[in-house]
Design a protein around this ligand. Structure first.
Ligand SMILES: [Zn+2]
Length: 271
């Protein structure tokens, strides 16, 4: 065997070793996840969500899925909180509101998301508009390709008082929107559903834009009309925080979101 053949054999050996190691880790992790599915959420975490109607009134099978998803979220995502003490309450509520969007999709855990940044309060961000004018905007959260940023002051206040908005749900709706590679306000849906989506959600968005241009009264937070992506994120907030309002003003959108999220929040949050 000459030197080149020896070198090739060595490369093959390395390739085999690497592949074996990859599969070993893959199956080991799958096994861990399987165990996680039967492990209830620890009391120290559960105490923060057990009285939230969005959790309490979930169908039993989804409650179990949420327990699994929250624990998986803790394993897979890095929480980074540079200026605030990261408590179990912050971690649990962030994971809960992030995962509630996909309660009906057991194995979806935001594969692109690596980091969750928690800041004590709203963040000042310097943005360039049209590459000419620079300005400072105050944001309570942001979704980037592999991270989500949350202002805890805003999130906590909204969870406690506000029935229409929730910055955690908003940013995770963006993450869902990004999941198919485009920030276009359309989450990963089937071709069939996309046709419906165009007829209902995107059509309603255009109608509202026209209304705004004619200075007519808009029923929703006008921030939703920034672009299609913001429209989807804000509508998702209404769907999970105030479905009654969404169903009353935009029944078509409610139905479309119900189909996509596979949850009937109107029933779950029935008073
Ligand atoms: Zn947004």
């Amino acid at each position: 065997m000459d030197n080149f053949a020896l070198f090739l054999s060595f490369l093959w050996f390395l390739f085999f070793l690497f592949t074996a190691f990859y599969f070993y880790r893959f199956f080991k992790y799958r096994k861990e996840l399987k165990k996680l599915k039967n492990r209830p959420l620890e009391k120290k975490y559960r105490q923060f969500i057990q009285d939230i109607p969005l959790y309490k009134n979930l169908p039993e099978k989804y409650k179990k899925t949420m327990d699994y998803k929250i624990q998986r979220f803790f394993i897979e995502k890095d929480f980074i909180a540079p200026y605030i003490k990261l408590t179990d309450e912050i971690k649990t509520l962030t994971a809960f509101y992030g995962c509630i969007l996909t309660a009906a999709y057991e194995e979806f855990c935001y594969p692109n998301l690596k980091y969750v940044y928690i800041y004590p309060k709203a963040i000042k961000k310097n943005i360039k508009r049209e590459y000419i004018v620079e300005e400072d905007v105050i944001i309570s959260g942001e979704a980037l390709q592999d991270s989500v940023i949350i202002s805890w002051h805003d999130a906590k206040y909204q969870i406690k008082h506000n029935k229409k908005r929730n910055v955690i749900i908003h940013e995770f709706a963006h993450m869902l929107d990004f999941a198919d590679g485009a920030a276009d306000g359309v989450p990963p849906v089937t071709k069939e559903m996309f046709k419906e989506w165009k007829k209902t959600v995107l059509r309603e968005y255009k109608l509202l834009l026209e209304k705004k241009q004619h200075h007519s009264k808009i029923e929703i937070d006008e921030y939703a009309l920034t672009n299609e992506a913001e429209f989807f994120a804000v509508m998702t907030e209404y769907f999970f925080c105030n479905p009654k309002f969404l169903h009353y003003h935009f029944p078509d959108i409610y139905e479309e979101l119900k189909k996509f999220y596979r949850l009937d929040t109107l029933i779950i949050l029935e008073e």
